[in-house]
Design a protein around this ligand. Structure first.
Ligand SMILES: Nc1ccn([C@@H]2O[C@H](COP(=O)(O)O)[C@@H](O)[C@H]2O)c(=O)n1
Ligand SMILES: C[C@@]1(CO)OP(=O)(O)OP(=O)(O)OC[C@H]1O
Length: 161
C-alpha cells in the first residue's frame, strides 16, 4: 500500500521574530510569526505526511494553545509526526515541497535544509526535494507580508519503501 498527502501553510512576516525555514535559521530583519518557530516549509511537509496517513493535521496533534509547542523547533514536530506514522505502520518514501517567497532565495540554503528535513524524517537526503518560486510580486506573498509553502508526501507500509 502507498498513500499520498498534500500540505499547505502560510505565516506572516514580522519584525522581532527569527526566520526559520526547513530547520535552518536565515539572517535578516524579518521573521515568521507563529506559536512554534513558524517554519512554514516544515509545517507544509508535516501536514502532507499526516494527510497521507489519514492522521489529521498539525493543529490536531500540536494545538496552538499548548505551551509545549511555544517556539518549538518544527524539526521536533516532524520527528513526532514520523513517530506517529510509524506507530500506524507507515514509513516515508519521499517528500517534495515548494516555498513561495519573494525573499529569501532558497538556493544558498537548499542543501542544508534538505539535510535537516531528511534527518528529521529519518530518510536519505535524496528522498527530499525542496523548490522555490516567487509570487511575481502579486498578493500577500508578493508584497512581502508572508511566506507560503506547499508539500506532497508519499508513504508506504512496506519496509525499504
Ligand atoms: N524564494 C525564492 C524564489 C525563487 N527562487 C528561484 O528562482 C527561480 C525563478 O523564480 P520565479 O518565481 O521568478 O519563477 C525559481 O525557479 C527558483 O529557482 C529561489 O531560489 N528562491
Ligand atoms: C505548529 C503550531 C503549533 O502550535 O503552531 P504555529 O507555529 O502557529 O503554526 P500553524 O501552522 O499556524 O499551526 C499549527 C500549530 O499547531
Amino acid at each position: 500500500m502507498i498513500r499520498v498527502g498534500i500540505g499547505y501553510d502560510v505565516h506572516r512576516l514580522v519584525q522581532g521574530r527569527r526566520l526559520v525555514l526547513g530547520g535552518v535559521e536565515i539572517p535578516g530583519e524579518l521573521g515568521l510569526e507563529g506559536h512554534s518557530d513558524a517554519d512554514v516549509l516544515l509545517h507544509a511537509i508535516g501536514d502532507a505526511l499526516l494527510g497521507a496517513a489519514g492522521l489529521g493535521d498539525l493543529g490536531r496533534h500540536f494545538p496552538p494553545g499548548d505551551d509545549r509547542w511555544r517556539d518549538a523547533p518544527s524539526t521536533l514536530l516532524l520527528r513526532e509526526i514520523v513517530r506517529l506514522l510509524g506507530e500506524a505502520g507507515w514509513q516515508v518514501v519521499n517528500v517534495d515541497a515548494t516555498l513561495i517567497a519573494e525573499w529569501p532565495r532558497l538556493g544558498p540554503f537548499r542543501e542544508e535544509m534538505r539535510a535537516r528535513v531528511a534527518a528529521a524524517l529519518g530518510i536519505e537526503v535524496e528522498r527530499v526535494s525542496l523548490k522555490a518560486t516567487t509570487n511575481e510580486g502579486l498578493g500577500f506573498v508578493g508584497r512581502g507580508e508572508g511566506i507560503a509553502a506547499l508539500a506532497v508526501a508519499l508513504i508506504t507500509d512496506r519496509r525499504g519503501g
